[in-house]
Every structure is written in C-alpha cells, then in structure tokens.
Design a protein around this ligand. Structure first.
Ligand code: UD1
Length: 348
C-alpha cells in the first residue's frame, strides 16, 4: 500500500512527524516537500531535530503570490503522482501546499486523506479558509480533531468517511513532554509571542500598533519572528531597537519553540497550532484575531480573542486561570487511529 504525504509549511512538518511514525511497517510512505517554507529555521531544522526521514521529493517552489505558488506546486505534484501511482495521498491542514495536492489528486482520481479536516473560521478573506473548504470537499476520508469540526462538515453535507480522531499535533506535544525533549530556557518571567498572519503584518500601521502594544506590556516579551514579519518590518522601516521591551529571536525549532512556551507566563499569537499547544501546556493565550477555528480553547477563557483594542492584552494575559480539560482534542493517539482507518479504507 503506497501513500504519498504532501507537506510544505512549518506546521505540516510537525503533523507529519507523528503520521510518519504511525506508518512504520504498515504503509509504504513517500513524502513530497513543496518547498513553500525553505529557510533553514522554517524547514530543515524540523527534520533534523525530530529525526524525520528526508522527503523523497523536494520541489523547491518557494514563495510567491497565491496563484503562482499554488500553480507551480500543482505542476510538479502532478508529475510525481503520475509516476508513483500511489493508492492515496495525505494532506494536512490548510496551506497552499494542502490545496495544491488536493486539487491535483482529485482530478486524477487518487483518494485524498485530509488530516485536520472540518475546521472553519467562517472568514473567507483568509486564504486558509478557502484552502480547507475546498480540500474537505474533494477528500475521500476526513479526519477531524473535534465534535465542532465534525458538525461543520455535516452542515456542508459531508458525512461519509468522517472520523473524529482528535488532533494529530497533540500526539507530538504529549511525546515531547513525556520523553523529556523540552530544554531549559534561561529567561524568567516573560510572555512568548509569534505573529505572522497577513492581517497583522501587511499594513504598516497595523504592524506598528501590534509591536508597540507588545512593547508596552508589563512583562518582558520574547518574540520568535517569522520571516514574513521580519521582511515586512524591514520594508516599513520598523526598527527592532525602537521596541526595547521585545527580545526578537529567529524562528525556533519545534523543541525550542515548545520550551519557550513552557517556560513563559503566557502566549500572545495569531498562529493556529500554538493556541492548542498553549492550552495543553496550561498557558494563558491571547489570540490577536477576530475569530479562531479552535473554538473549544475559548470556552473556559484560557484563550481570548483580541483584535481591535490591544491595550487590553495585559489584562487578559495576566489573569489567573485554573480550569483545563486534559482531553481537549483527544488523548494523543490520533496518528495511530488515522493509519488504521486509511488501511481499512484502502482494503475494503
Ligand atoms: C503559511 C500558511 C499559514 C501557516 C504558516 C505557518 C498559506 C496560505 N499560509 O503562511 O496558514 O500558518 O504558513 O508558518 O499557506 N518566507 C521566507 N522564508 C520561508 C518561508 C516564507 O522568507 O522559509 C517569507 C516570504 O517572504 C514569503 C512569506 O514569508 O513570501 C510568507 O510565506 P508563505 O508560505 O506564503 O505564507 P506564511 O505566512 O508562512
């Protein structure tokens, strides 16, 4: 049984780690890396640090406008799928690499297994929302992380081969915590920050407002800076020296990122995945967005959405919180269940 997984952006390397492990001795797994993320810190470091296999195909597509980037990926992915003739492909989440793989496979009738299906922000101005809706509608099997995600699919008429398996990212968070992978971090009392979404970075006034609000927090800020944000700060002449309360650090590897989060007094982010990681590590999270796909994290106030009035960041992030659901998004066994279901699907 041959499966090809398509990955390309940082969060997909993290999800792929657990899937690759769960496939061992069960499935002939090959991997295509589109090259959507290509900086050492955004790509290679994940494979090296987590001991993942080198991708079988490196497409080196790189950055570009959405149409250009997605189309280039599709051309190359189609060639690989036609030569390899896999029994199915696996795609993760909602990036342009996900959509490119799904579109190609659907047209040549290769079954698509979508991991992290059913999430919705109901905000169609996000490229990710388009990517996930389209991918869900052409998938053969859909693996959802939660009841809400499953019912989102139902509302769009997708009920066949939908499996609520929990979140595959939790598999790795549990593993990292239990196997002592996390490192000591030599800073005390700080908030950890990651910001990269276009609506926070692409307008100079907005980016300046985000940075100055972080700079005004009472605790020190450690900000791991995504290349998108770094490039835009350069373009808009926003100088790191003007934000003395922020300690800017390069993008971090998986283990280092989780170690910073573990040591922090809370997370301020616009990332999807890190909202959950903060929850699992019992850290307050403030998400600088108007909506989130991970709505369950909002229920007991451990994650709060703030977008317009960033002066309120401090009051949310500093609040004491005590209620955490240990089984939010499953028990860390998603990858094993997914592999079992894929094998069942392909053998029936
Ligand atoms: C992408 C995903 C987003 C995900 C994020 C995780 C889409 C539409 N978006 O956003 O859902 O949360 O990955 O990080 O797929 N760049 C570099 N080096 C790199 C990668 C990017 O310099 O290795 C810069 C380039 O200027 C590029 C910009 O970052 O144009 C944005 O990269 P891109 O992959 O288009 O989107 P992300 O913002 O990373």
């Amino acid at each position: 049984m041959k499966i090809i997984a398509i990955i390309g952006a940082r969060p997909q390397f993290i999800k792929h780690f657990s899937f690759e492990k769960a496939c061992e001795n069960k499935v002939d797994l090959k991997t295509i890396h589109t090259g959507q993320h290509y900086d050492e810190n955004m790509s290679a470091v994940f494979f090296e640090q987590l001991g993942m296999k080198k991708p079988d195909y490196m497409l080196n597509i790189g950055s570009g406008n959405h149409g250009f980037q997605t189309a280039k990926m599709m051309l190359e992915i189609e060639d690989v799928l036609q030569n390899e003739k896999p029994d199915g492909i696996v795609v993760y989440g909602d990036t342009n690499s996900t959509l490119a793989g799904a579109l190609v496979a659907s047209k040549i009738h290769v079954p698509i297994f979508h991991i992290e299906a059913g999430l919705r922000s109901f905000n169609k101005s996000m490229p990710e929302e388009i990517n996930r809706v389209l991918t869900d509608h052409v998938s053969a099997c859909l693996f959802t992380p939660s009841e809400v995600a499953t019912s989102n699919l139902k509302n769009e008429g997708i009920v066949k081969n939908v499996y609520e398996v929990g979140d595959i990212m939790k598999d790795l968070t549990n593993y990292a915590q239990n196997s002592g992978l996390l490192k000591a971090v030599d800073i005390d009392s700080f908030y950890y920050v990651t910001i990269h979404r276009p609506y926070n970075t692409d307008e100079p006034k907005r980016l300046e407002y985000v940075l100055s609000s972080l700079n005004n927090l009472k605790k020190r800020v450690v900000m791991a800076i995504h290349p998108r944000t770094r490039n835009l700060m350069d373009r808009y002449n926003l100088n790191t020296l003007d934000y003395q309360n922020i300690n800017f650090i390069p993008p971090q590897s998986y283990v280092d990122n989780l170690s910073y989060l573990e040591k922090s007094s809370g997370l301020i982010t616009d990332s999807g995945g890190m909202q959950k990681e903060a929850y699992w590590l019992k850290k307050n999270c403030v998400t600088i967005r108007t909506e989130t796909e991970w709505v369950e994290t909002l229920e007991d106030g451990n994650n709060v959405l703030v977008f317009e009035e960033l002066e309120n960041l401090e009051s949310h992030i500093a609040k004491e919180r005590n209620t955490w659901n240990a089984n939010l998004y499953g028990d860390g066994n998603a990858s094993r269940i997914i592999v079992t279901k894929i094998i069942e699907y392909l053998t029936n």
